[in-house]
Design a protein around this ligand. Structure first.
Ligand SMILES: Nc1ncnc2c1ncn2[C@@H]1O[C@H](COP(=O)(O)OP(=O)(O)O)[C@@H](O)[C@H]1O
Ligand SMILES: [Mg+2]
Length: 289
């Protein structure tokens, strides 16, 4: 083969180029037979699924079904009792601290309750990951913070205190922080929880615009069905720690499978409590062993 003149430092450059070529066909995350227990009680019963490059995978399911646990396990915050999670080829269940650190730089998290630090300005909150993981000059970081705030529709708010922001604005700021390091994968847990419907719709739009602007892979947990179907490429429906359905959003939406139908039709007009009772009812005796 003729010398291409390409640099031989294959370890340095950004890995994001993986998504731009035809290699982008394999999964970016691959979970195999994931089991997670809390204090001896198993809450995820052997889940196997992939997240593909550039897709938005939305995890839906009733309250307590294991959605947050699933997300936390995917990013290494919970240790599965068995099974495997591979992110960009690295088995994070076995990764050492250094390997884990390099994976963390490639992912962005905006979790429920993962609030902004109240004693820091909005700008300083977004600068945190940059200060922690890069050696960029302060002036560069300031520019990057402004860019991130602009991306989430919060231009000019860097000097505000988190307490001065509305609920929707706080979420946007948390998104900006999650995106500080230009991650390849974003993880959101209930991004529109606690927001009024109009503000929540604004967050959906933001997710869609991020997806359009960057070839990000996203994993979003929600119990809001309208939001799920709006933003998802593929959907995973979980119930009590088991995957009930998985597939392209349209396919899941039009599914005739009784368990899926019952969940989708019922949730639309029920409260959370009804939903839990209902799920219990229709899953009784299924997937026990
Ligand atoms: N830190 C924890 N310790 C013990 N049990 C937990 C913990 N987190 C979640 N659980 C339990 O695991 C199950 C799944 O919870 P979770 O993943 O939060 O569900 P979801 O996000 O779908 O509402 C629930 O029964 C919940 O009570
Ligand atoms: Mg949750």
């Amino acid at each position: 083969m003729a010398a291409s003149g390409a640099p031989n430092s294959i370890t340095s450059g950004p890995v994001t180029s993986v998504t731009s070529g035809s290699i982008a066909s394999g999964p970016i995350i691959s979970a195999t037979d994931l089991r997670v227990s809390y204090g001896g009680r198993e809450v995820l019963h052997g889940l196997t699924f992939d997240v593909r490059h550039g897709e938005t995978l939305v995890i839906i399911g009733g309250s307590g079904s294991g959605k947050s646990t699933m997300l936390r396990t995917l990013v290494g915050l919970e240790k599965p009792s068995s099974g495997q999670v591979r992110i960009a080829g690295v088995d994070i269940t076995k990764a050492g601290a250094r390997e884990m650190d390099s994976i963390r730089k490639r992912i962005g998290l905006a979790f429920q309750g993962g609030a902004l630090i109240g004693s820091l300005s909005v700008g300083a909150n977004i600068a945190l990951p940059l200060l922690e993981h890069t050696r960029l000059e302060r002036s560069t970081i300031e520019v990057m913070v402004r860019i991130k705030l602009e991306q989430v529709g919060l231009s000019g708010f860097e000097n505000y205190n988190p307490s001065q922001l509305s609920g929707g604005m706080k979420k946007r700021a948390a998104f900006a922080r999650a995106m500080a390091l230009d991650p390849e994968i974003l993880f959101f847990d209930e991004p529109s929880a606690g927001l009024d419907p109009i503000t929540a719709a604004g967050i959906d739009d933001l997710i869609l615009s991020l997806k359009k602007a960057y070839s990000l892979s996203m994993v979003v947990v929600t119990h809001e069905l309208a939001s799920a179907f709006l933003i998802a490429d593929r959907i995973v429906l979980i119930d009590r720690g088991n995957i009930v359905a998985m597939g392209p959003a349209e396919e899941v939406r039009n599914s005739r499978q009784p368990r899926v139908r019952q969940f989708l039709d019922r949730v639309a007009d029920s409260t959370q409590d009804d939903e839990v009772d209902h799920l219990r009812m229709f899953t009784e005796g299924i997937g026990k062993d």
